[in-house]
Design a protein around this ligand. Sequence first.
Ligand SMILES: C[S@@+](CC[C@H](N)C(=O)[O-])C[C@H]1O[C@@H](n2cnc3c(N)ncnc32)[C@H](O)[C@@H]1O
Ligand SMILES: [Zn+2]
Length: 1009
Amino acid sequence: MTQADRRFIEESFPVKEVSQHAAKEKTIRYGHISTLHIWWARRPLAASRATAYAALTPAAPDLLVWQGERNFIVELCRWENSLNLPLLERARRVLYAAHAERLSAELGKAVSVEDIAAGRVPPPRVLDPFAGGGSYPLEALRLGCEAYAGDYNPVAVLILKATLEFPQQYGHLFAGMPDHLWRKGKTRAPHAAGQMAFALNDSTPTDAPPPNFNPLLEAVRHWGEWVLNEARTELAGFYAGPNGETAVGYIWARTLPCQNPACGVEIPLMRQFWLAKKDKKKIALHPLSRGAGKPLAFEIVAQGQPGYAPWPKDFDPERGTVKGAVVTCPACGAVIDANTTRRLFREGKAGQRMVAVVLSPRPQGGRGTGGGGLPSPSGRGAGGEGKTYRLPTEADLAAYRAAEQALQAKRERLRAAWGMEPLPDEPLPVMSGVFKAPIYGMDAWGKLFNPRQALALLTFADAVRRAHAEMLAQGYPADFAKAVATYLALSLDMSAAFTNSLARWENTSEVIKQLFSRQALPMLWDYAEANPLGDSSGSFSTGQEYYLKVLDHLTRIPAVPGGEGPHSQPLPHKGGGETLPSPHVGEGSGVRDIPHVEEGGWGGEGARVTHASATRLPYPDAFFDAVLTDPPYYDNVAYSYLSDFFYVWLKRTVGHLYPDLFSTPLTPKSGEIVAYSQGEGGFEAGKRFFEEQLAAAFRESARVLKPGGVAVVVYAHKSTAGWETVINALLDCGLVVSAAWPLNTEMQSRLNANESAALASSIYIVARKAARQGLGFYHEVRAELRRHLDERLQRLWEEGVGGADFFIAAIGSAIEVFGKYEQVIDLEGNLIRGEALLDEVRALATDFAVRQILHNGFAAEISDRARFYVLWRWNYAEARVPFDEARKLAQACGLDIVEEWSRRGSPLKKEQAFVRLLGPHQRELEHLAAGRELIDVLHHALRLWEKGERAALIERLSESGYGRNEAFYRVAQAISECLPFESKEKKLLDGLLTGRTRLQEEVGQPRLL
Ligand SMILES: C[S@@+](CC[C@H](N)C(=O)[O-])C[C@H]1O[C@@H](n2cnc3c(N)ncnc32)[C@H](O)[C@@H]1O
Ligand SMILES: [Zn+2]
């Protein structure tokens, strides 16, 4: 990289503001891609957009420009501005100007912004080889780049196509578009903010569809309704209650027979009995026990709600019948231990019982609550408003039994039609700590559904397949019909996520929660079954509403020059992007197929999705201007196993349309970059595999990156342990880190004393393709390091980066200096190891932080131990800290952690793998009284102050010499500022400091320290 081509993100980044917008985005649902389909650990769009822009835009030449750009990035990344066209146009102009300059140099001829805007030369090409749910490529597209997205997982590939490719291809008029859509469809409002200057004008022949007509949106709406109607015809009877009333949901408890021979009743397994647990609405199921051997009955009780039984005295709904896997019989009090519970489940002794029916007072067709338990996008009806509950009647049970019967016939019919077992019979393995449900006998994916849920999903799946056939019969272009069917299939997935026996009843908002609230499948004893034909959370129509919002959003993203898009002239249809021929990419297929990618001319639609392993990319060398990516991290998320839940359904709904993607029984696992420990060689082998494969992927990314290109890699693990490993892995692969910015997208409050120190939620590492120089001399490298860090630390500080993140970011940006050299040696020719340089960085960062914390004064006057104490409190407050982290902090302060905690009366305390720094009230008074260190005296003084022993306090302060020493009070003040409001230590410090002036007077003349 040349100094002239520095990027904004390599110099500074609005960490705090972007973090805030990213955190806020988590509450947004309408139109957000997270509602298109579940993908685990999606990155916020705000963070992706801001870092993408800042990585492609040049560093500011002066303060004024810098301030302007910084503000612009903050505005640009807000969710509300996602479709703000003037803002996007400005962003694209800036990026294109920088890109034109780079391209001119690269191609040896003048390239202008207009050349890019007119599609004569390609805009920046951006790759995400681990694209997942697609946040980075989507933002690259929004910023006017050609976005290339790859993932190893077929489910992710489909999501990516639906997010990136189809909306760009079919969100606007196209030749061959089925005309029944626009003849009946609605025209959407034109963009409020006007059209992009880069886009071509619409040309509208007479008797043609309206120019803003959106065929994709209308087709998905139309066929979604078609599917729902088909399903309704078949299914309505199975949800009919007494007197023709229709429920929105049912609450079920699994059951076990009591093992007490004198009892034997069916025990409903319930964690708790609440149905509605809100401030103004308290409703619960109340078990009525009539003694051992007598079947258990329920009544529904409420506090201050009409229509329910009164609240029984001493009834606590929190106390359920099962905790962990230990079951207590409410009839006789006998207990079933956890092992027996599991055995009984495996032996098929468990049953289930419908315990409550949920009703919505609104007529069907009104709106309940939306997906994920949020209000519907139509805005009608807040969560759970007006829901009522009753006990099941014989009619409810009869409807359910009828569904059980119908399932058999349905399965047989579909088995013949589809040529495979319709209800997913693929195995669901036990995975320690991840998949627990299979321990209880749910060992095939189809076993996660009760018979009525299975019937409903099969009916919808069947309707989706028939909708596709119907589209073809009506003469739809095959690729368009395939795209529409894909959305229907993805939306069936979302229904499945709500329609299974691991979906929870959320009693605080009275909605059903889908099964993946965690990245795991824990066992759930009591579950909620949605009526898929209803209008509440988990219903098909609620899913559709969310769908149409996202599609509307995605199709409004302006076209990328050179491609088709909402604002370009209708072009003859070119066909969708193909997937790679083999799903076993990364396993040595040998060929590098480069689909539709030609040098010098982009003939695509702005986005290209490939099914490829990041270790084997189907692109030529030096092809991309940027690689922006968020790779997997060790065993954080078991993507392939989790996604099998959806894969088995997608295989059945659209598998025949994507034979390459669905050629394997379950998602491919062998080339997935992840550290699974269940294989041969256990944890160590899994870890090694992950590290080797990630390194291979980094090498591959470096290969396809242009020499002057930039990479942004998200590091998203809540531990500092792997940080240096990641940096070294990048270095080994030919990428040098040039900056690192921690984005705290979780907005967690300060750590409390019971938590362990953790990093911000993710660190965005900026790296460049290294043109490594040979030898560097230590003294020179060190001097350069100091200069570089001085400026960088100041920036980090100004951006509000604090605590452990500060050190991480400091180390990240320091690598840029010494990562340039193959080797660093001292004047005697000794090799200086990387660790020595990192120690140096840590010491510099420590020094800087202490100076800042003490507001620039006195830093040099205080001892290493006092510095250590202050830094600890600043970094971790009162949390305990992993040993290695504590060791490094101590070392940076010139202390040896082991020596320190072995010292008699030391404030450091070892707790297994962690270290804790004790506050004044946690230490022995006799040690405090004997100590000579500033912190010992301070702690002693605090204790004396607390007890009101004023004379002793004055004596201690004057005898030690600290009492009139300004640094002493400054340190006390700094520690207080580091601690959370509720901290006891803080309260003591604030107390002592309030009376500080008087104290100083009473202490008298200063003595020598
Ligand atoms: C952290 S996720 C990306 C999430 C994404 N940034 C988002 O916002 O949704 C990592 C992705 O890497 C994919 N992956 C795992 N092994 C891979 C490989 N060998 N090649 C390509 N992708 C792989 C996983 O399927 C997963 O989607
Ligand atoms: Zn019993």
